[in-house]
Design a protein around this ligand. Structure first.
Ligand SMILES: NC(=O)C1=CN([C@@H]2O[C@H](COP(=O)(O)OP(=O)(O)OC[C@H]3O[C@@H](n4cnc5c(N)ncnc54)[C@H](O)[C@@H]3O)[C@@H](O)[C@H]2O)C=CC1
Ligand SMILES: O=C(O)[C@@H]1CCC=N1
Length: 271
């Protein structure tokens, strides 16, 4: 099965909020026909209504893929809508944080191929990264199909164990929010040094975006790229002495941040 089969047999998207929309935007931009997509969402956005996909319409009996993008707490209400497609050829992909494959199997059927994925919102501009892991019924073909689908919105990595999903969620699933907050803080700090808000925000956004692009494109490690900015006894060194402080700086703060997010992912296993 490949994306041509998905276009032919259909993709059902259960829940089209922030994450579902980010991915759908990427798939439509990469050529998935809107007529091949069925969306189930009680509150479809204006953007969704403008795309030409089928919204809250009768569902195909056996779509190629059902992608589950509702909140973990909404699973109980949402999954029965698609449970009839279980135990057949349909591949289920869930992006819900925390919800384990075993719990999805209980509703969708123990014979269903199920893949758990953790994407992130830069998928909207095809710059996301998704980690995937499948159940025993998700064979190589299913994993390849999930990878092909998610590759349309960014990079894809395969995990060895579902246990890794909590840490992945803490790093890359939630990670864009940490970076957006860094932009906010950098701009506010610029304002505190006397810059106008618009100028400070423009500088902060371009700096984070440019540094990210350079980190991805360069052969050097991020550590070396940092050194390349840092003149001995210059301005960056003065700034980094604060930011890199092992007791009060970013290292312990980021460790605590990711630990809290991964911990919340573990808690969500129980609904
Ligand atoms: N937002 C993010 O950055 C990421 C979110 N996720 C996961 O994606 C899932 C969705 O998160 P968001 O998009 O942020 O939430 P959201 O609240 O923006 O979207 C959820 C959507 O589900 C719809 N919905 C509610 N009840 C429903 C039902 N019974 N049937 C169908 N649709 C229903 C809502 O109307 C809403 O549009 C969550 O499980 C989250 O863990 C995963 C990675 C990143
Ligand atoms: O905050 C959340 O629970 C979701 C999962 C990863 C990003 N957003």
């Amino acid at each position: 099965m490949n994306m041509d089969d998905v276009a032919r047999n259909g993709l059902v998207l259960l829940g089209c909020g922030k994450m579902g929309s980010a991915m759908l935007q990427g798939w439509l931009a990469s050529g998935l026909p809107p007529g091949s997509v069925w969306v189930i969402d009680p509150k479809p956005s204006e953007w969704l209504k403008s795309t030409g996909v089928k919204i809250n319409a009768d569902l195909p009996a056996s779509p190629a893929i059902v992608l589950i993008a509702v909140k973990p707490q909404m699973m109980g209400d949402a999954l029965p809508t698609i449970a009839a497609m279980g135990n057949g050829a349909t591949l289920f992909i869930s992006v819900a944080a925390g919800t384990p494959i075993s719990s999805l199997e209980q509703t969708l059927g123990a014979q269903s191929p199920i893949i758990r994925a953790m994407p992130n919102t830069p998928a909207a501009v095809a710059r996301g990264i998704s980690a995937i892991i499948g159940n025993v019924h998700a064979g190589a073909g299913h994993l390849d199909l999930a990878e092909e689908l998610l590759s349309a919105v960014g990079q894809v990595v395969r995990l060895d164990s579902e246990d890794q999903m909590d840490a992945v969620t803490g790093v890359s699933g939630s990670g864009p929010a940490y970076v957006f907050h860094m932009i906010e803080c950098l701009a506010k700090a610029g304002e505190a040094e006397g810059l106008a808000p618009d100028l400070a925000m423009q500088l902060a956004k371009a700096t984070v975006a440019g540094a990210g692009a350079l980190a991805e494109a360069a052969d050097e490690t991020p550590a070396q790229l940092r050194v390349n900015v840092t003149s001995p006894n210059g301005t960056t060194q003065a700034g980094l002495e604060v930011l890199m402080d092992e007791a009060r700086g970013l290292p312990p703060l980021m460790k605590d941040t990711v630990r809290a997010a991964a911990g919340r992912s573990r808690e969500l296993r129980n609904g």
